[in-house]
Design a protein around this ligand. Sequence first.
Ligand code: GLC
Length: 534
Amino acid sequence: MSEWWRDAAIYQVYVRSFADGDGDGTGDLAGVRSRLPYLAELGIDAIWFNPWYPSPMDDGGYDVSDFRDIEPVFGTLAEAEKLIQEAHNLGIRIIIDIVPNHCSDEHPWFKAALAAGPGSVERERFWFRDGRGDGPPNNWQSRFGGSAWTQAPDGQWFLHLYSSRQPDLNWTNPAVHEEFADVLRFWFNRGVDGFRIDVADGLVKEPGLPDVTDPNGRLPYSDLDGVHEIYREWRRIADSYPDKRVFVGEMWLPDPQRFAMYLRQDELHSAFNFDFLSCPWDATRLRQVVDATLAAHAPVNAPATWVLSNHDVTRHVTRYGRADTSFSFADRQHQAPTSLELGTRRARAAALLTLALPGGAYIYQGEELGLPEVEDLPDELRQDPVFTRTKGTDIGRDGCRVPLPWSGDAPPYGFNTTGTPPWLPQPATWASSTVESQTGDPASMLELYRSALQLRRTEPGLGDGPLDWLPHQPNGVLAFTRDGAFACVVNLSDQPVDLPPHTEILLASGPLDGARLPRDTAVWLHQATTPSSS
Ligand code: GLC
């Protein structure tokens, strides 16, 4: 049985911003279908779709009002079925987002809960509580800012770890378990190959909903032991299908050991590696993250994943050009100065690093075009509830969600053919970032990704398997082999370094300096095979 997910290159499609087939300014499934050949040519193995369900779009679709249909602005269920089939015909697998921690306030369950009133079975599917005095039932804070509780018209409060339009579901209620088991089957039966689980650590809350006493310690709504029982239940469902169906968990957890517990053989197949994403562009720190990741995954025999960007974080071209190259939600930087030239050089090197590490890799749409964060969106056009709930203290995530540029010299750059302005404006500077202008240019980011993804398929050492660090490297250099013959060398020091002995250069992220590797550059090599290079 193929364990395709162990080394898949998975491309993340944020549907709203990928391609607009019907020309209304918002991306849709027709747009995705028309661009499947592009994705096949890019060389990816699977697509992960951000939520495509009916939604009022308070949180970009993470506020789901019906888990068994498609958002009408995106298309229809019949179209999704066609898309799955067409992707499969091209050898591309499909992963969709499931959002089990909460739903939209427009979900029929929540509307029924509001109507039914205190003490009803309808309210038992959520977390309704009486307040403490005039205030909310406890001191929990929404991850989007402000209290995690909102008052219903009748005076009771309901819990929402995210926006007030995303009420948390109550996983102590068997009806919630049954509903999601059925939703998983609904989509598995339509051919989806896996699910990305939103806020996978958050479903179980500590009984009694106690106050948070230490905001930097264990939270009473994250990573409680009971959550593993849910994933055991889900794994049994996935395993009931004859071909391999998989789960990838979204957990931002500080403790690698606790993280790996989700990846035990009867739970999730994989999870996003946010330690790698958050890590600064620094050789020592990156090596520590790689080692810690591999060490945490090995005992549970789960493949690592490598992620540089997604729809929640500042695009890495922009991050890597700043003085502080790390990412953290707590101190999301506001327009900290960046050099896009430096950031792009590093992003190119980071692509080769990421795609050479053992396990699976995620590519966020537009990363293959080298898109930067769009930092100058007018405030009145920002749609992320993070921006409004924090009153702009956190600028939010719109800047990484700007629609993709495909062709032409001016917006909408082929995002649609009607010329309708996209739902977020694209920068005037993106003409040189389009797929059209990069195609065939050997120096472009797109061609670098195409070549790297191609080699990932043909180089036997790449993907799943061991990694051995090359000994005796200069400070600031990351160098490792995969199977002895293939080596990846990344120079994060501030000067050129000698390349290790090699028989062939397969790919470089930038021009070499004779036989030397310039700073912020990576190279893939063949070296003469040694029996053991560790
Ligand atoms: C996850 C998603 C994010 C969303 C949040 C609430 O972190 O990646 O986009 O806002 O969950 O569903």
